[in-house]
Design a protein around this ligand. Structure first.
Ligand SMILES: [Zn+2]
Ligand SMILES: [Zn+2]
Length: 138
């Protein structure tokens, strides 16, 4: 790869990271693509997708393996928990302390060396609750 395309890749990755860091909505690759396209009109979905995967592999961002059909991405890489709305599938961060003691409980229950855990809460978001109420009234 020549120097120019190398540089271009880095810039693309930088912009993808910047756009992802602006939101807390845990966007899918398609949603990231829409955000990035405003700044890089000629970028392709495949390029965005590849860069997201690469950045997730190197730990720059998180790839969320949450319920639902599409992978979602997160610029917040420190350990935190997520909550997913079972109706609209949106994913938010949930601000509770990381439960380190779960790792110890798991350690006593298996012979793995536990490195961490993920918790995904599920529920119904405020918007969806509101929508349900509106339906019931009318
Ligand atoms: Zn919802
Ligand atoms: Zn998150």
């Amino acid at each position: 790869m020549d120097q120019f395309s190398n540089m271009r890749l880095t810039t693309q990755r930088q912009i993808i990271l910047e756009e992802l860091a602006k939101v807390t909505s845990h966007p899918t690759a398609n949603e990231v693509y829409d955000m990035v396209r405003r700044r890089l009109p000629r970028i392709g979905l495949g390029t965005v997708y590849r860069n997201l995967e690469l950045m997730a592999e190197s730990g720059l961002i998180l790839k969320l393996e949450v319920g639902g059909t599409q992978k979602r991405f997160d610029a917040t890489v420190n350990p935190h928990y997520h909550i997913r709305c079972i109706q609209c599938n949106k994913v938010d961060d949930i601000e509770i302390p990381v439960q380190h003691h779960i790792n110890e409980i798991a350690t006593t229950a298996c012979d793995y060396q536990i490195l961490g855990h993920h918790i995904e809460f599920s529920g119904i978001c405020d918007d969806c609750t509101q929508r349900q109420k509106d339906h019931m009234v009318s």
